[in-house]
Ligand binder design. Structure first.
Ligand SMILES: [Zn+2]
Length: 155
């Protein structure tokens, strides 16, 4: 796997981790070691009960990858080209949603999208710190992320 691929995966997982943390489930661990067909994953102690928060955590992975490449979310919302279409998260997310769900018209989706975009921009330094740690250690615990980010907040 190329470094560019690893970088994408690290930012993808860091996006899930940082946005998950913003919505309160605790991170158990985050990894960029592939397993069972996944390129990496973040394990939380629970799924957010709020639909917007849950969707936001899902979207954060592909959106962080997109932001890493382009440094913008402008024009992304509602575009069929949005690369969540191609991601594992998207197919997994769709399997949870009613078949009649039209994501481009869906206000829950749009709210989650806007919230995620705002949080990712606001916490981008956190995403970078977690992605760096993932590239260095491959697997990190939730306690490690907490220590890393509180040091980051204090600095
Ligand atoms: Zn993901």
């Amino acid at each position: 796997m190329s470094y560019a691929d690893l970088l994408q995966i690290a930012y993808h997982e860091a996006g899930h981790a940082v946005i998950g943390r913003a919505h309160d489930p605790r991170i158990v661990r985050a990894t960029i070691v592939p397993d069972a067909g996944r390129r990496g994953h973040v394990e939380f102690d629970r799924v957010p009960t709020d639909a917007v928060a849950g969707l936001s955590v899902f979207l954060a992975g592909p959106m962080a990858e997109h932001y890493l490449r382009t440094r913008t979310f402008a024009g992304l919302n509602g575009r069929p080209s949005f690369d969540v279409h191609a991601s594992d998260d998207w197919s997994r997310m769709l399997s949870y949603l009613p078949t009649a769900f039209h994501w481009r018209d869906n206000s829950t989706f749009c709210l989650a999208f806007e919230r995620t975009a705002g949080l990712l921009i606001y916490h981008w330094d956190h995403v970078e710190a977690v992605a760096d740690a993932l590239l260095t250690h491959k697997t990190i615990t939730g306690a490690y992320v907490t220590a890393l980010l509180s040091k980051h907040e204090a600095a």
